[in-house]
Design a protein around this ligand. Sequence first.
Ligand code: CA
Length: 364
Amino acid sequence: MKRREFVGGLAAAAGVAACSAPDQGSQAGADRSAETFEWSCVTSWPPKYPGLGIAVDNLAERVEKASNGRLKIKVYGGGELVPAFEAFDAVSRGAVEMGHDASYYHKGKIAAAQFFCSIPFGMNAAELDGWLYYGGGLELWRELYAPFNIVPFPCGNTGVQMGGWFNREINSPADLEGLKMRIPGLGGEVIQRAGATPVTLPGSEIFTSLQTGAIDATEWVGAYNDVAFGLHKAARYYYYPGWQEPGAGLELIVNADAWASLPPDLQALVELACQAITTDMLAEYTHGNAQALQQLIDDPDIEVRPFPDDVLRILKGHTRDIVDELSAKDPTWQKIADSYYAFIEKSTPNQLATEVANLTTRSL
Ligand code: CA
């Protein structure tokens, strides 16, 4: 509480959080190397959580070390300073300088934000980076968040997720009817059209909800994170692929006034750290998922299985309908969707001829 008041008061008083600015040096070329900054970063993750939470801790450590202590970032887990899903609002109003979360959590406010995290049947991690950094995606993202006084940075990717945990078999589209499933974002709307009831819960509440039967199914991330939450102890069937999130990109969001207050070298450092975290998080997931999925495959109480093709076809059809309907009524959505799908169309033949063909060849 004390911290909250401090942060809020600071933001109200100064709008930004330069702790010392001895030479008032904001003009170009001024020596700003003596200025120090102490920032707060709120997240949507449990503190120190594998993958998602560790990544943002790493970011804070690296930035502090590489800046020789000039930029210190204190990281808060979801609920420690603000509730798990309120990072965006806290950063927008300047209560804190920084946040780390997933852009699809803001879909109620900005539907098109979902493209920058993950869209069902959409881009994988490599494609998302290709589109963001070289295909105009990042410019569209910055434009989308500008009215909220937020500058977004790609900061992490989970890779292709798993379809999730189910306490009953999914053998046909009819098995989705009446299913109560934790699944956020557009994926939730898709399963709603298939007759299920989507629920949005922060990660910390998933296990208990599944175990008590409050929900029948859940997706979370992939084997590495799912095992960390013990989800394999709450349901028997583990389905793939994660059609709902084929490469969830995370975001570092920075209050635009706070960002403008940073000297150019510290800005460059934050950008480099975000790129490093994206690489590092994917490496952590690639390694952790490999071990955890093998553990699940070997577990006699768990059945790891693919969704039937006709179920995936139905879900893909609903996804296309929802995307088209949103394009018809939301010009911002349409502009971003057009760019996103134009890149997917170009990228798919290459992915099939390289990544997919390589993996297929490996198992010949
Ligand atoms: Ca997920």
